[in-house]
Design a binder for this molecule. Structure first.
Ligand SMILES: NC(=O)c1ccc[n+]([C@@H]2O[C@H](COP(=O)([O-])OP(=O)(O)OC[C@H]3O[C@@H](n4cnc5c(N)ncnc54)[C@H](OP(=O)(O)O)[C@@H]3O)[C@@H](O)[C@H]2O)c1
Length: 299
């Protein structure tokens, strides 16, 4: 494992990455923004300065930037506020890391694609249609001029299988278990990836010292509706309680890319990463979680 500092170590991915790195490097640096807590250093992307973190001096070899305004709707509703964090502040950190010997790692998104064709390979040109996607693409574009040693991990939807984590399957299962009808788009395709696989993939890519842009996604391409139907089946819930609604007929989803499925050629061939948890296993686990009540854990 590579000693890596995590900027934004209190978010969903950042917290898990930091915990992973800390197992091998207990002193690796993690930063926090609004809720300071033990072990994490306060860091604001509005005024980023990595010098006080003394990363190179303490043997860090990489910086993973997980801090972001990560909500697609938040970016759409507040383009300037989100741009100042997701692009201006992020590029400032990248510029600073680029002057050191450390690798900078940036989690991008399948939303950099327009979603018209799907099955995007690592080198497919970006053509974002949302503000969130445009901000991710802007950072991807600028990175090569700011760092000679960068890694873009372009992520699909990442989910967990802990009851109450509020991620993709858990959210659907909570609705179904509460007796609600849920809606899911049959024309929204993606390749969701279990968060534990994301952690293993990040490590595999880092230890091989790979650079450049790499897609990181699950192997199975399916629609959100198909996923919900499979989950309902495992939960023994009537499939009629999953209502198909076309993506752009859901008011909050207007303009979202329809097919962001990705092909992970580099991850497989160069990082040799192929241990991806089958979706059937995650669906079974989440259905099991919601049969009856283990205590709800926080994300
Ligand atoms: N999770 C996914 O499925 C997924 C998929 C594709 C790409 N990504 C990308 O991966 C990255 C991490 O995602 P995530 O799901 O872990 O996001 P997250 O849970 O929303 O975490 C983002 C973190 O950024 C921090 N932050 C916000 N504004 C900040 C500022 N001005 N200065 C410093 N920190 C700030 C937040 O702190 P507070 O909570 O204190 O505000 C939060 O801890 C994001 O770039 C996201 O776009 C994630």
């Amino acid at each position: 494992m590579i000693k890596t500092a995590v900027i934004g170590a209190d978010g969903y991915l950042g917290r898990r990455l930091w915990n992973m790195y800390r197992k091998e490097y207990p002193d690796c640096v993690g930063t926090v923004f609004s809720n300071p807590r033990g072990g994490l250093v306060k860091f604001d992307l509005h005024h980023p300065d990595i010098c006080p973190l003394r990363l190179e001096e303490t043997g860090h070899r990489a910086v993973f930037i997980c801090a972001a305004k990560s909500g697609v709707t938040d970016c759409e509703d507040g383009p300037e506020a989100s741009y100042s964090v997701n692009v201006t502040g992020t590029l400032d950190v990248i510029r600073q890391v680029g002057r050191t010997s450390m690798q900078v790692i940036f989690p991008s998104s399948d939303y950099v694609f327009d979603g018209r064709g799907g099955r995007y390979d690592d080198g497919h040109p970006t053509a974002p249609e949302t503000e969130y996607g445009r901000q991710k693409a802007a950072v991807e574009r600028a990175l090569p001029s700011l760092s000679k040693n960068f890694l873009v991990l372009r992520l699909s939807k990442i989910f967990g299988t802990t009851r109450g984590d509020g991620t993709l399957l858990d959210e659907m299962a909570a609705g179904l278990a509460a007796g609600l009808n849920i809606t899911a788009a049959p024309d929204q395709y993606f390749c969701p990836l279990h968060v534990d696989d994301f952690l293993k993939a990040a490590d595999a890519v880092q230890v091989r010292q790979l650079t450049g842009v790499m897609n990181v996604a699950g192997r199975e391409r399916l629609s959100r509706y198909d996923l919900a139907i499979r989950l309902a089946g495992k939960m023994n819930v009537d499939s009629a309680r999953v209502r198909p609604v076309r993506l752009h007929d859901i008011p909050s989803m207007k303009g979202r890319p329809r097919d962001t499925s990705m092909v992970c050629s580099r991850l497989t061939s160069e990082a040799g990463f192929s241990e991806i948890t089958p979706l059937s296993e995650s669906i079974r686990k989440v259905a099991e979680n919601w049969k009856e009540g283990p205590p709800i854990q926080k994300r």
